[in-house]
Write a protein that binds this ligand. Sequence first.
Ligand code: SAM
Length: 237
Amino acid sequence: MSLSSSEIHPVAIARTPFAEKFAIPRQPSLAPAALSRIELVAPYNQPEALQGLEQVSHIWLLFRFHGVAPDNPQSPRLRVRPPRLGGNQQIGVFATRSTHRPNGIGQSVVKLVAIEGTSLIVSGADLLDGTPIIDIKPYVPYADCVTSAENGIASDAPLPIEVDWTEEATRRAADEAQRLGEDVKAVLNQCLAQDPKPAYQKPDPQREYGARFWDLNVVWHYPCADRLTILRIELAA
Ligand code: SAM
């Protein structure tokens, strides 16, 4: 039996700071300063669909990885190279949280900060802007939190790297924070401390990297392997 997208309807759309995949944290909660709005869509955009959710601190978001091509069952991708293992070691797709997977379904636990009409404000999402949300469920601590759980591949959160700022970038972040009403500096600090570049890449200090957050291009480089400097922030074209 195949699962076609016509059988699964989005219940909401995620509006997030992340306008491209590069530099999105690789799991939720790693950048709690990043606030996202989960906007319910018809026919679910009725306050009664959210009744009771005000008693819940965290929710599960189930979503479609709409920014990658879905796996083709005719030539299934059974093994993938997770960035966590340096990007050059393959393991079974079901042992990973890779975006390349059967049916392209992702799941993230996020903190529910506020309910505004038929939108949910959440912190720490790891979703591309525009991600279709296919279900929302309350986090149930006694059932979902397994204190004895082990994962030999991803046991702890990755160690953050140092993030420095040029004066120019610092000034621009303050201006853009006012315009956008977002804590631009904290979001960039938390996201870039996750070191978005592939783990196998040896960064050339001359090379500039960039990613889009909101409507901004953020440009940085690596003066050495374990720290980066945000060079400038500009409006995206
Ligand atoms: N927490 C989810 C899970 O475990 O299913 C997602 C984990 S996945 C490794 C996180 C990465 O997916 C992000 O860093 C980003 O690059 C990518 N991503 C997020 N939203 C996406 C989307 N809608 N389409 C394609 N890629 C997406």
